[in-house]
Design a protein around this ligand. Sequence first.
Ligand code: TRP
Length: 328
Amino acid sequence: MKRILSGLRPTGRVHIGNYFGALSNWVKLQKEYECFYEIADWHVLTTDYKNTQDLREYIIEAVCDWISAGIDPEKSCIFVQSQVKEHAELALLFGMIVSVARLERNPTLKEQIKELELEENISYGHLGYPVLQASDILVYKADLVPVGEDQLPHIEITREIARRFNYLYGETFPIPEPVLTPTPKVPGIDGKAKMSKSLNNAIFVDDEPEKIKEKIMSAYTDPLKIKLGDLGHPDGCVVFAYHNLVNKKEVPDIREGCESGKLGCVECKKNCINKMVDFLAPFREKKIELKEDIDGIINIIKNGNKRAGEVARNTLEDVREKMKLWKG
Ligand code: TRP
């Protein structure tokens, strides 16, 4: 059976962008593959090293969200990166065979430097983000990595590191392939191309129906469609994008109604709210149930760490041997 590894940084509650962009795919893949799903807590520290007091809560929150979204801990291994120390050892070794220039060329890093105005203040750990990610993937000798498009540069660096290691020390790692999520990016309620917690434009999978209503009612729609009868342009409209996620069946009718002016925005939003509330109801219910038994969640994490640790230890033994490192 082919093996899968993917991860998300625990930065708070999961929103529908995370769900459609990653989790929904993870859920499907569990049926066909041996899956390892990682809470990438060390990766959070590359940017948020100052405020670490909420990390524990965020990790528990993430695991609850993942399970309520359909990740089955009996089938898939859910684990916490920082609890499998082999990731750090492998990242250190990979650090020797990748150049600084290669890491500086990483477009994700360039974007973050601009966004967070880091310039000269970029840390050693942050520069090494993709090296740590490569170790996440390769420590499990994963064949496939389901990710969103934004992660492709990191997977490319992972593949380069794997090839270079194999060339230098002998065949050790499979060259992992990315598996792109079929869903395009989910826009935020404000019309920004990407839904994100930090942009404050997210619908969370466990939002109360009232919250969902409030958010969708305020969502950005076609600015040229002001009153009923105006001809609409569904392709730039956030609400139309959400219909596409949770109300696929009616999408052709909604497009027709919007473009011809017969369907007004308020009616369209109300319909979208109902569908979104119905779609998300089971998540919220399941999450409430899970949160009543935090010890159960902690146990799931412990078991996952143990299983992941066994695989990771085997890989590191192999790696040390291939590199002729000290033994004894
Ligand atoms: N960098 C990924 C993100 O921000 C999270 C991540 C960490 C990851 N390790 C990984 C994704 C390994 C895939 C494989 O979304």
